[in-house]
Structure formats: C-alpha cells, structure tokens
Design a protein around this ligand. Structure first.
Ligand code: GDG
Length: 453
C-alpha cells in the first residue's frame, strides 16, 4: 500500500550534523503510533515540521520513507497552531469551555493553513495512494482534497475526544469543520461514544441523515468507525527485554531503595490531570502513613505548547503541588514524588515502566491514552497494576484489568493506590494478562487492518 500520512506534527526533529541530518523522534501519541509503521513499511509523511534554516522541503528517512514539509509563516503558526488548534479546538473538545478562545483571526489562519496542507498532499498524491489525514489540526483537508480531485479513499482520524452537540454548537465555524471532515470516505474515532457525538453533531448542525454508522451527505456514503489506535507492540516488547533497559531499571530500583514504585508519563497538559493526580498521592500518604518511606512515585512531565498561557499556568500549579507534597511528607532519605519536566528517549521510558509496580494514568479526559498501553506492553513478566481514568478512551479496552478511577476524586485515587499495593500477586497477574491480551492483539497493525480495510 502506498500510504500518505498527513499530520500537523513532524515525526522527527531534524538537526544538521556534519552535512547530514540527525533525526530525533518527536513526542506525542500520533507519532508514537505511526513512526514505526512507516519506518518499516514505507510511505510519505506530510507535516508542518519546525524546519531549520536551509533544510530541504523533503527528507528521506530510509529508502521507502520520506518526509515532506508544509512551509508555514510565523503568522500561520500562531493563528493556526497555537490559536485555532490549541486554544480553540483542543479545549473545546476536551470540554474546557472556559479555556476556549473564539477568535476570527485564528479561524482565518486555520483555513489558510489547511489549504496549504491540501496543496502539498495533492502534489505528492498519485492514483492508488491511500491518504490518512490526522486530527483536529486538519479537519478541512479531507474536503479540500476531494475538491482537488483526489479520488482514492480518503481516511480521516480524529485522535482526541469528539465533543457532544451541546459543546460543538458554541463553535462559530462548526459547520465548516463538520463539512471538512465529511470530505473523507472513512472517519475514525477511538470510541463509539465519540462516534455517537459526531453523528449527533452532523444531524443537529448540518441536518445530515445517518443510518447506523453511515452518514449520507452530498450524494455520498461516509462510514464512521470506532477503532482505538494500537501500539507498535513489538517495539515495546522488544524494548522491555533489551539488556540496557533491564540494567537501568534494576539499578534505578536499587537506588530508589523503597518497597514500591509507581510511574506516570504525560505531556504537561491541563487535560492530563497531573495536579489532581498529585493531590490523590498526597491524600494517600495522609490516609496511610505506614506507607511513608516505602512508596515513591516517578512522574515524567514532558514540556508541551510552552508558549501558551494555560500551559505556563499548569506548569506553575504542578510545580507548586509537588513542592507541597515534598515539603509535607518527604524526609531526608525518602522522596515521595520524583518529578521531571523534560523528555526522555523511549528506552528510558521502557525502563521506568518495567521497574514500576504500578502506573497512575489519570487524565481528566483523553481521546485514548497510549501511555496506559505502553505500561501494559512492557510488563513482560505479567505483573504490575494499572490505575486508569474512566475518562481515557483506553478505559473501554482495559476496564477488565485496570483499576478504574474518577480522576477528579482524590479520595478514589488514594484508595486505588492502596488497592494496587495490597493486591495479591495472583489477581495482579490475572488482570495484567487480560490487558496484555488486548494491547498485544489490538496493536497498530490491527488498527490499520480494521480502520483502513
Ligand atoms: C493524542 C491524544 C491519543 C510522553 N512523554 C515522553 C514520551 N511520551 C509519549 C508517550 C506516548 C505519547 O507520548 C503520548 O500519547 P498519549 O496517547 O498519552 O497522549 P497525546 O500526546 O495527548 O496524544 C491521545 C493519542 O493522540 C493517539 O491517538 O491516545 O488521547 O490526546 O506514546 O510515551 N515519549 C518519549 N519521551 C517522553 O518524555 N520518548
């Protein structure tokens, strides 16, 4: 299959070192899912990319896989990316109405950049290609491609929650967004719940008819599917048996010198619920003082969208609450929460996942959440407990194995940590086995088969 992936995010940061480009994988769910696939199977990736001066418009990763950049101006970046994508659609879709900015210049920038993306796709498209357009940054691209005569199936996947009608109706450009998406032949979401939201939006806002998961629009039939994205499970399995990963994990475990270790990995985004998670951990140490000195929690908080005020604010609040917990419960020789505001390579994440007794994944709302699946995939010994938010899309697939919590309820988080630490080995293994079955079977190859069939 000749696959063209279209996304805002570049799969790599390219840095020129002695005449060639050193490629470093970027952080985020979409890249984690598709980068290994294209590296192995080949294809084209069309993205914005923070192109460095003098960098060509295309980069070859290997013989089969090339990257094609869409040139954007600084006005484009601030209006389309920081503005409409991340200050309008992102908060609206995650139900943060009070953080949602409605601004006409953001919308104009978004339309302009979606046209730029469509142009580069058309230049790279040839008959027989399958085009997969990704996410809320590029909702207008499917319809623009259709207008440019792209005839082969156009797939569109929306990686974040799709809001219910009562939220979507606040958006002044709601019609254009829905019409743009309906340019695709197949539209995907992580859960049936988001599919239902999308269907009720097209009915209420556009007056479109649908039957089951098929929308009838402009004389076309468009299929809407719920297919939760999967991991490159082979990659995570192999990382977790890599000798460097194991050595690092066991050395770190010794150095931590506690009975139990928990782990969390999130972009530092207000949707990921870090503040609430830390409150839950604080409550746990308050309620169960006998565990002080025996449990440490490691949190990776990867910097993201650092230019936006909301993200500066969440960073400040998270720093503060970690400081409060350290100050209140910490003792010389014991740290309750190790908190790192930086990026780590996948290998390091695999070590952290492997050595942790439990993972605390508690987004306030999340399209799916790949970290929960990565934790499960790396538990090759079949042990470990996953505590997962009921508002992460992944909770539908993992609900039989994970301890499911309401992330807004610090009491429930504290109880879940206690339950994880007290859980008998047999129950831990049974739950983990159930989750591994899902994560390893419904992986990225399964997703491609199911979504792009
Ligand atoms: C969006 C949706 C949906 C994080 N820190 C580091 C690092 N990461 C990697 C994780 C994981 C990915 O980033 C994050 O994926 P999530 O799924 O948790 O969340 P989003 O970035 O918000 O992704 C989400 C996803 O798209 C896919 O559809 O699940 O709901 O919001 O893979 O491991 N990776 C490395 N270093 C870090 O410091 N190497």
């Amino acid at each position: 299959m000749n696959l063209i992936i279209v996304s805002n995010r570049e799969p790599y940061r390219a840095e020129r070192v002695r005449g060639t480009y050193k490629l470093e994988k970027t952080i985020g769910g979409l890249v984690s899912a598709f980068e290994p696939l294209l590296r192995e199977k080949g294809g084209k990736w069309i993205c914005w990319g923070r192109k460095r001066k003098g960098q060509p418009d295309q980069l070859k990763v290997n013989e089969k896989f090339s990257i094609h950049y869409v040139p954007l101006t600084s006005a484009d970046v601030s209006e389309y990316y920081y503005g409409f994508s991340n200050e309008t659609l992102w908060p609206l879709c995650h139900m943060f109405l009070t953080r949602t900015h409605f601004n006409d210049s953001y919308w104009k920038g978004y339309r302009r950049v979606n046209r730029k993306f469509a142009k580069v796709v058309v230049e790279n498209w040839e008959s027989g290609s399958k085009v997969l357009v990704n996410d809320y940054h590029l909702a207008l691209v499917p319809q623009l491609l259709r207008e440019h005569g792209v005839t082969d199936p156009i797939y569109f996947f929306w990686h974040i929650p799709f809001p219910p009608y009562f939220m979507m109706r606040f958006l002044p450009s709601r019609r254009e967004i829905l019409e743009g998406i309906l340019g695709a032949d197949v539209i995907g979401f992580h859960t049936q719940h988001y599919v239902d939201n999308f269907l009720s939006c097209v009915r209420e806002i556009l007056g479109a008819m649908y039957d089951d998961n098929i929308v009838f629009w402009n004389g076309r039939k468009i299929e809407v599917r719920a297919v939760p994205i999967g991991l490159d499970s082979e990659l995570w399995k192999s990382l977790s048996v890599n000798t460097r990963v194991i050595r690092y994990a066991s050395n770190l475990r010794k150095r931590l010198n506690v009975e139990f270790v928990g782990v969390g990995v999130d972009r530092l985004d207000y949707t990921k619920g870090l503040e609430e998670k830390f409150r839950g951990i604080g409550r746990f140490f308050e309620k169960y003082p006998s565990f002080r000195g025996k449990v440490s929690f490691i949190q990776i908080a990867a910097p993201t969208r650092t230019k936006l005020e909301d993200y500066v604010d969440i960073k400040r609040r998270t720093d503060e609450i970690v400081g409060m917990i350290e100050g209140r419960f910490g003792e010389p020789g014991w740290v309750p929460i190790y908190y790192y505001y930086k990026n780590y390579p996948d290998e390091r994440l695999a070590s952290l996942y492997r050595m942790a007794d439990f993972a605390l994944v508690t987004p306030l709302i999340d399209g799916l959440n790949l970290v929960s699946k990565e934790y499960v995939a790396t538990q090759v010994d079949g042990d470990g407990v996953l505590i997962l938010s009921e508002f992460a899309g992944a909770s539908i697939q993992l609900r039989d194995g994970a301890i499911i919590v309401n992330p807004f309820d610090e009491e429930e988080i504290a109880e879940a940590v206690y339950m994880a630490l007290k859980m008998k080995r047999r129950e831990r293994r049974e739950r983990m086995m159930q989750m591994r079955e899902v994560v390893l079977t419904e992986d990225i190859n399964w997703w491609i088969r199911e979504f792009m069939k």
